[in-house]
Ligand binder design. Structure first.
Ligand SMILES: *Cc1c(COP(=O)(O)O)cnc(C)c1O
Length: 479
């Protein structure tokens, strides 16, 4: 299996890379995103075999089956061991790893948020941590991960990389802006290789610091600075597995189809659903649910993709979906346009840069987003969110978080008789307690292992919003 950039010229001249070459890379050098040069097809016999593997041997064994179609430069025994080490009942809480919860006939939740940080990002990040450690050891290299977080990504990265050899994490976050629970989750980590940096400023200041460091190419090279952001192909690939696991739990036979609704921000999660569908998983619809930041809903309704400025990006009560542009969307558009890298480059490299938008409404390919690829969309607001959390709790006795609520709201608009709808649950309510209290008038349930974490000692360095300050800090801690 080889990987190409979404902006590569088609034909023999395109550069083709293997999995471990792109594992530690971010964007492709031409600014595009990596994708496999074709999707492996899963036929009926193979799907039947995988159903059996999941039911009898469990999630880790299924993950190995899926991943081995995409990774041919890690020996099978090693890849199997990495999967087995990653997807354990001890880490994810259940034997199924991603159990289904029924809300009503035909409407199910797939629980993706029982990992260490209680958000679905653990599903991919835990694997990434083990893949990084393996590949760095094999190369005899080190990596310093530098990132900015307003919550979920940073904590998932830290819990995935803690104690890993060859990796350090330097994670900036805006001082005093994360919820007490999120701060406690991150700052209570005492591992030597994890560095929490609370910046005097807002999230954008953190991101600016990270960009400034990444733009200093000498520094970046000298200190082996890398990232773990959502455009990393390995994260997307890891997410493909739970679409299969959800399908096997919801169906008895491969003649059945299901639909998925996905709370979406950067389009990473639902893009994994697209990949699963391209591989042959019998998915009817992929429903993209957005919050007030409706860049994606606008595209699927109108064919116009219009990125927002920071002034037009809303701060909402489903904050992990507060995006101004959807960084993984380019992958889907590449497929939609028949894998025409030159056109993707013109749209994402040129038009978006100059005009902040492009318009595919008149392009026949746009129709195919729904007809051929199954994509539809919808949007949810703060009022919808409160109503959905309340209604779901009162009717079904299930407490859902704000992001999952956005998806449940939109999923209801696409229910069809005889077609099971699976909503991906992307976080647990405890992470967003204030909105739960607003909706239900009571505190959310808290898993036992998180009782009293706010009282644990904290390990965090406070810093001015200054790129030189963080460079000095990194240099000092890489000695
Ligand atoms: C990151 C995140 C999302 C958005 O996922 P994308 O892959 O960016 O579309 C949704 N919900 C929660 C809780 C998240 O942490």
């Amino acid at each position: 299996m080889k990987y190409i950039s979404t902006r590569a010229a088609s034909g023999a001249s395109a550069e083709r890379k293997s999995f471990c070459e792109i594992l530690l890379e971010g964007l492709a050098p031409d600014g595009g995103l990596y994708l496999p040069e074709s999707y492996p097809r899963v036929d009926d016999a193979m799907l039947a075999k995988w159903r059996d593997v999941y039911n009898k041997q469990g999630y880790a064994a299924l993950a190995f089956e899926v991943l081995s179609l995409y990774i041919d430069d890690i020996p099978a025994v090693d890849l199997k061991a990495i999967c087995a080490k990653t997807y354990t009942e001890a880490v994810f809480g259940t034997r199924e790893i991603v159990p289904l919860k029924k809300l009503q006939d035909g409407l199910l939740l797939e629980a993706l948020s029982n990992g260490p940080t209680l958000a679905f990002k653990d599903m991919a990040m835990q694997l990434l941590g083990n893949l990084f450690e393996y590949e760095l050891a094999r190369r005899g290299e080190e990596l310093n991960i530098l990132g900015a977080t307003s919550g979920d990504t940073g904590s998932a990265a830290e819990y995935a990389m803690r104690g890993k050899k060859g990796v350090r994490v330097f994670m900036t976050s805006p001082y005093g802006r994360m919820s007490p629970f999120q701060q406690a989750q991150m700052f209570s980590l005492m591992d030597e290789n994890i560095h929490n940096i609370a910046v005097d400023g807002v999230f954008d200041d953190c991101q600016d610091m990270v960009k400034a460091v990444s733009n200093d190419l000498d520094f970046k090279r000298k200190y082996k600075i890398g990232t773990v952001n959502s455009i990393n192909w390995a994260r997307l690939m890891a997410q493909v597995v739970y679409y299969f696991a959800g399908y096997f739990q919801a169906t008895q036979a491969n003649t059945e189809k299901v639909s998925f609704t996905v709370p979406s921000g950067n389009f990473g999660n639902v893009c994994a659903g697209h990949v699963a569908r391209m591989m042959g998983l019998p998915i009817d619809r992929l429903v993209v649910a957005t919050n007030e930041n409706d860049v994606l809903d606008e595209f699927f309704r109108t064919g116009v993709y219009r990125v927002r400025g920071s002034a037009d990006t809303h701060e909402t009560s489903s904050p992990s979906m507060d995006i101004s542009k959807a960084s993984n969307f380019e992958r889907f558009v590449f497929d939609l346009l028949g894998r025409d890298g030159a056109r993707v480059k013109a749209l994402f490299g040129d038009a978006l840069g100059k005009e902040g938008r492009f318009d595919l409404s008149a392009d026949p390919a746009f129709m195919q987003a729904a007809t051929r690829y199954g994509f539809v969309s919808g949007k949810s607001t703060h009022t919808d969110r409160l109503g959905t959390i309340k209604n779901t709790f009162e009717k079904f006795g299930v407490m859902i978080d704000t992001h999952t609520a956005d998806a449940v709201k939109v999923a209801r608009e696409y229910l069809k008789p005889g077609m099971t709808m699976i909503v991906l649950e992307t976080a647990l309510p405890i992470k967003f307690a204030a909105t739960i209290v607003e909706a239900l008038g009571r505190e959310p349930d808290r898993p036992a292992k998180f009782l009293g974490i706010e009282d644990l000692p904290k390990r965090v360095t406070r810093m001015a919003a200054d790129a030189d300050a963080i460079k000095a800090y990194i240099a000092q801690h890489c000695a």
